[in-house]
Design a protein around this ligand. Structure first.
Ligand code: RB5
Length: 157
C-alpha cells in the first residue's frame, strides 16, 4: 500500500522506544498520520500493555498498520499474535518485510530495538509499507491460521 497518508500506530517498551522514536520521526517526514502510544523513556514498562493498545488501534480501523518495538521484538510479537485478525511479523531484514506483506498480508511489524540499527529499522518499515499483498493462493493459507487449542490458563507446558 503506497497511499499517503497512511494511519500508523506505534508502541514500544523501554528496550524499543529509541528505535520507535526514530520511526515516528521518519513516518511523519513521509507525510503519514502517526499515532505514538509510547513509551517515551527508559523507565521499565511491560511490553504487552503497549502491544495490546496498538493491536486495538489496528483492529478497530483507527490504524492501517501497527509497529511494535521491544528489545528483541519477540515479546511484542507474541502478545500481538494472540489477537485474532492480527498478523504481526517479527522482522530483522528487508526481504522478510517484503514477504510478510506479499505472502502473509501482515498488518503489524515487530522489531528488536536492541537487535537492529536505525537505518535497518527504517528500511524495513519503508519496504513493508510499500509492498502490496499478493492475494490468490495466500488467501487460503491465511484463512487456515486459526486458534487450534484451548488456551492453557495456568500457563503450564
Ligand atoms: C525488556 O527487558 C525485554 O525483555 C523486552 O524489551 C523484550 O525484549 C521482550 O521480548
Amino acid at each position: 500500500m503506497t497511499n499517503i497518508p497512511l494511519k500508523i500506530a506505534l508502541g514500544a517498551d523501554h528496550g524499543g522506544f529509541k528505535l520507535k522514536d526514530v520511526l515516528v520521526t521518519w513516518l511523519r517526514a513521509q507525510g503519514h498520520d502517526v499515532h505514538d502510544f509510547g513509551t517515551n523513556s527508559a523507565d521499565s514498562v511491560d511490553y504487552p500493555d503497549y502491544a495490546h493498545i496498538v493491536c486495538d488501534a489496528v483492529l478497530s480501523g483507527n490504524a492501517h498498520y501497527g509497529v511494535l518495538v521491544c528489545g528483541t521484538g519477540l515479546g511484542m510479537s507474541y502478545a500481538a499474535n494472540r489477537h485474532a485478525g492480527i498478523r504481526c511479523a517479527l522482522v530483522s531484514e528487508t526481504t522478510s518485510a517484503r514477504l510478510a506483506r506479499e505472502h502473509n498480508n501482515a498488518n503489524m511489524l515487530a522489531l528488536g530495538g536492541r537487535m537492529i540499527g536505525e537505518e535497518m529499522g527504517i528500511d524495513i518499515l519503508r519496504v513493508f509499507l510499500a509492498t502490496a499483498y499478493e492475494g490468490g493462493r495466500h488467501d487460503r493459507r491465511i484463512a487456515k491460521i486459526q486458534p487450534k487449542f484451548q488456551p492453557n490458563v495456568k500457563g503450564e507446558p
